[in-house]
Ligand binder design. Structure first.
Ligand SMILES: Nc1ncnc2c1ncn2[C@@H]1O[C@H](COP(=O)(O)OP(=O)(O)OP(=O)(O)O)[C@@H](O)[C@H]1O
Length: 387
């Protein structure tokens, strides 16, 4: 079971008067919304854009009640971090936070992993095992990549959410579940439902509080603070005595870059710069070559759009659509490292239609296979992802 559960908090200091409670009642008035600022700080959440402040405010509000929270956002925007924030701001903060990668649970093992099993429940199960629901008891169960849950498992989860009851595999007795479920996905739920990947009834049950986490490119004001936070974090981790500085040209590039891998990508870039340039004091714009290329691409795009006005409406429209299709398909392939099935899924198209578009524009999936760090990272920095 532990292979699917990424982490579990057990050793935190808690005010026993604050919980975990049974989960039904909201925390007392003394736990005001503002008291959660310290939780954000403790979790290392930074950002001062309006979008970020609104998100934290909405999450705090949702956290006070025991209803499900559904987080939607691109990869690397911080869904797991914000799920922890909900947990910390809730009356369940003294209970465990159990994060589960739904895509990693094989369909055949779903029930036993989620609900646990008695000894001998199936042929080679010699001992009793508590499931994830029991592991998260009194706390929060975080279902990451929820659209990857097996279909049969979704039905069973629906029953758990509706009845707040479950049964160990091999046992008749019903047990009461004391969990709050926070789930997350990077595929738009409308697309997952349309493609039959996510059951609509389960989605309705999970999204009592639907929160969209905006990508980093929509809140460039946060880039500077995040950069400084990561410089501090990795200077400490790699025992660098001096703090890396960025020239204003380099900071402008960082703020203008679209960050397809979001905050994880920025974090990896900074980590790479901190550990790969131990003697450098200042990062120049020239130290961020792929970002400059991106800047060049953008200039080129605007020049091309000027030329559009020399064409007829129909021709100009076709050219824009073509360019969009190429950019979009390449981006999906880049995100899934050349996996066509996964790219089609991300795009909400069927595989054949996606492949036809690739053929139309002579795009080769091989180009995106392997070397994903080079494709993802704005510089050659930070070859290892933290996750
Ligand atoms: N506002 C923030 N402040 C500081 N660090 C952040 C913030 N948001 C995200 N991070 C950091 O970015 C990294 C990626 O975050 P996280 O793993 O939560 O993203 P995710 O959306 O769950 O990604 P995925 O969809 O790939 O699972 C983590 O190291 C996290 O600590």
């Amino acid at each position: 079971m532990r292979a699917f559960a990424r982490s579990r908090d057990t050793d935190r200091e808690c005010d026993s008067s604050l919980g975990p409670r049974t989960g039904a009642e909201p925390p007392p008035v003394s736990e005001s919304l503002d008291s959660c600022g310290s939780h954000a700080e403790r979790l290392g959440i930074v950002g001062h854009s309006g979008l970020q402040r609104k998100l934290l405010h909405d999450l705090q509000r949702a956290a006070r009640f025991d209803a499900e929270v559904f987080l939607f956002g691109e990869t690397g925007v911080g869904k797991e971090l914000y799920a922890r924030f909900v947990h910390e701001c809730s009356s369940r903060r003294c209970g465990p936070f159990v994060a589960v990668n739904c895509g990693a649970i094989p369909e055949a093992l779903f029930e036993s992993e989620m609900f646990g099993r008695t000894a001998g429940a199936f042929t080679d199960s010699k001992s009793k095992s508590e499931g994830l629901v029991a592991a998260a008891s009194g706390g929060t169960l975080f279902l990451d990549e929820v659209h990857e849950l097996p279909r049969s498992g979704q039905v069973k989860l629906l029953r758990l959410l509706q009845e707040k009851e479950y049964r160990l595999l091999g046992e008749v007795k019903l047990r009461r579940a004391n969990i709050r479920v926070v789930s997350a996905t990077n595929v738009h739920p409308d697309n997952s439902i349309r493609d039959g990947v996510l059951r609509q009834d389960l989605y309705y049950r999970l999204n009592a509080n639907l929160m969209t986490i905006m990508p980093l490119r929509e809140r460039p004001e946060d880039v500077e603070l995040l950069t400084d936070r990561f410089v501090e974090k990795y200077s400490r981790e790699y025992c660098r005595p001096d703090r890396l500085q960025f020239t204003s040209a380099a900071r402008r590039l960082l703020a203008a870059y679209p960050w397809p891998g979001n905050i994880r990508q920025l974090e990896n870039l900074v980590r790479g710069l901190v550990c790969q340039h131990p003697d450098a004091i200042e990062v120049q714009a020239d130290d961020l070559p792929i970002m400059q290329r991106q800047d060049g691409d953008r200039r080129e795009t605007s020049e091309q759009s000027m030329n559009l006005y020399c064409l007829s409406f129909q021709e100009a429209k076709e050219r824009v659509v073509d360019r969009f299709e190429v950019d979009y398909i390449r981006e999906m392939l880049r995100r899934s490292q050349g996996n066509i099935c996964q790219s089609a899924k991300l795009a909400g198209k069927n595989r054949r239609a996606f492949f036809e578009l690739m053929r139309k524009h002579s795009i080769d999936a091989e180009e995106f296979k392997g070397g994903s760090d080079e494709a993802m990272e704005p510089s050659s920095a930070g070859p290892n992802k933290p996750r």
